[in-house]
Design a binder for this molecule. Structure first.
Ligand SMILES: Nc1ncnc2c1ncn2[C@@H]1O[C@H](COP(=O)(O)OP(=O)(O)OP(=O)(O)O)[C@@H](O)[C@H]1O
Ligand SMILES: [Mg+2]
Length: 413
């Protein structure tokens, strides 16, 4: 008897299968268990492309629209918005359904199942219970449309805890810190070899909370600090004003980039150029928008961010996209740009310990997962909150999917 868990992530997705002997992730693209959460919607009525193939088609200049960060549209007003692709209107919900349908096809090819456990962040939306419930309901509806008859949810950090537990040698309190592309989720969970098989684990979850902050926010803030000023962000215009900010916010935000690709924006930017103190900067902006290079630029910014996890400085190559310079970014510059969200994550960690009613000294291990948990500043933040606890890292991109499958085996097995 197999059971299935799906981790639909802001940046990457996985599909886990489990039975009594354990859990594994299935290959989704060319032998890899992760599928980048990207869709390339082709113009000529051809079926959409997913994952690395979607990104490659976009970078090769094929006709169509690349969409990334789609999970961020759940719980936002954007979910039912339509975007024009090749003269056809497509809603984000349609695009999400195709992507999750693709995950469903991969699962069906491995084993036919009609029940699934989907992961969800602790909060899709901060401080808005109704929008949060709507986000979960939309995701459940999409999953049913894709063919699963029974859909259950598990919190992503609890899933990560279940995966961590498969390696735990002794009973302990673990602080789970899952920092992904869209959300930061934290839990305090009691794990232990003797506990995994228990049917009801509610009493072992001491606290669970999360905020809508993740790697895509770090990308946006880095872009606004280091890339967008070269394209005219915050530049003066004649008459004492500055360039309108919203164009730059859209260009720096993964799931809003396509909104710029309209005739209206093109003509507005041209008019603004005539008013700008630095028209050469606006020319770069016009070039990026006209060439639909927004995602390419965002990928370069993300790559520079990732490089800064290893190096003290990294070059941001963008002159081929903008016609402007290739700035060098220093790690201090990045960390200054993301200070506010890191402070929010620190407060979240302290709040969750408080909710759990435990002191930092009672935490046996801090288990870090999610791609953004590789940021040195983030690891330092966690270590600062639980100074005595070792930081463990497992499979950064696979823990949640594996844990969701284990949860599915328990719920449906
Ligand atoms: N070495 C690194 N340093 C910093 N950030 C990184 C590194 N590697 C990956 N990331 C970031 O990790 C994020 C993706 O992580 P992950 O795949 O865990 O997210 P996700 O599960 O899709 O998102 P979520 O769970 O929030 O919906 C991206 O923002 C990516 O840029
Ligand atoms: Mg995740």
């Amino acid at each position: 008897m197999q059971a299935c868990g799906i981790d639909f992530g802001t940046s990457n997705s996985t599909v886990g299968l489990a039975d009594a002997s354990g859990a594994r992730l299935i290959a989704l693209e060319g032998g890899s268990p992760t599928l980048p959460s990207a869709v390339f919607w082709q113009t000529e009525g051809a079926p959409p492309l997913f994952g690395r193939a979607a990104v490659a088609a976009y970078l090769e200049g094929e006709d169509g629209r690349l969409m990334r960060g789609l999970k961020s549209t759940l719980g936002s007003g954007l979910i039912n918005d339509k975007t024009a692709v090749g003269g056809r209107a497509v809603s984000f919900k349609d695009v999400l359904s195709r992507f999750i349908g693709h995950l469903r096809d991969a699962q069906q090819a491995a084993v036919a199942l009609d029940r699934v456990v989907l992961g969800r962040p602790v909060h899709f939306v901060d401080d808005d219970a109704a929008a949060d419930a709507a986000a979960e309901a939309t995701l459940a509806e999409i999953a049913r449309t894709c063919g699963w008859r029974e859909v259950a949810f598990q919190y992503e950090p609890i899933a990560a805890a279940l995966h961590y537990e498969t390696t735990a040698a002794a009973e302990e309190l673990v602080l789970i810190v899952d920092i992904g592309g869209g959300t930061s989720d934290v839990s305090v969970v009691r794990v232990g070899p003797g506990r995994a098989a228990r049917p009801d684990r509610a009493g072992d979850i001491l606290a669970n909370d999360g905020i809508r902050v993740g790697g895509t926010d770090f990308d946006r803030l880095l872009s606004l600090a280091e890339a967008m000023p070269h394209l005219g962000y915050l530049s003066a215009t004649r008459g004492g004003g500055t360039m309108p900010r919203h164009y730059y916010l859209d260009l720096a935000t993964w799931h809003r980039i396509n909104a710029l690709y309209t005739a209206r924006t093109a003509s507005d930017l041209k008019a603004l150029r005539a008013e700008a103190d630095h028209p050469e900067r606006i020319d770069r902006m016009i070039r990026v928008v006209a060439g639909q290079h927004g995602h390419a630029l965002a990928m370069r910014v993300e790559a520079a961010k990732i490089a800064l996890s290893e190096a003290e400085a990294a070059r941001l190559p963008m002159s081929d996209l903008t016609g402007g310079p290739n700035p060098v970014i220093r790690r201090e510059g990045f960390e200054a740009a993301v200070e506010a969200p890191l402070d929010r994550i620190r407060s979240l960690l302290l709040r969750v310990l408080d909710q759990a009613g435990v002191s930092a000294g009672q935490i046996g291990t801090a288990f870090l997962t999610g791609g953004s948990s590789q940021l040195p500043a983030l690891r330092a933040t966690v270590q600062g909150v639980v100074p005595g606890a070792p930081l463990a890292t497992g499979d950064m991109l696979g823990s949640v999917g594996t844990g969701l499958a284990l949860d599915a085996a328990r719920k449906f097995g």
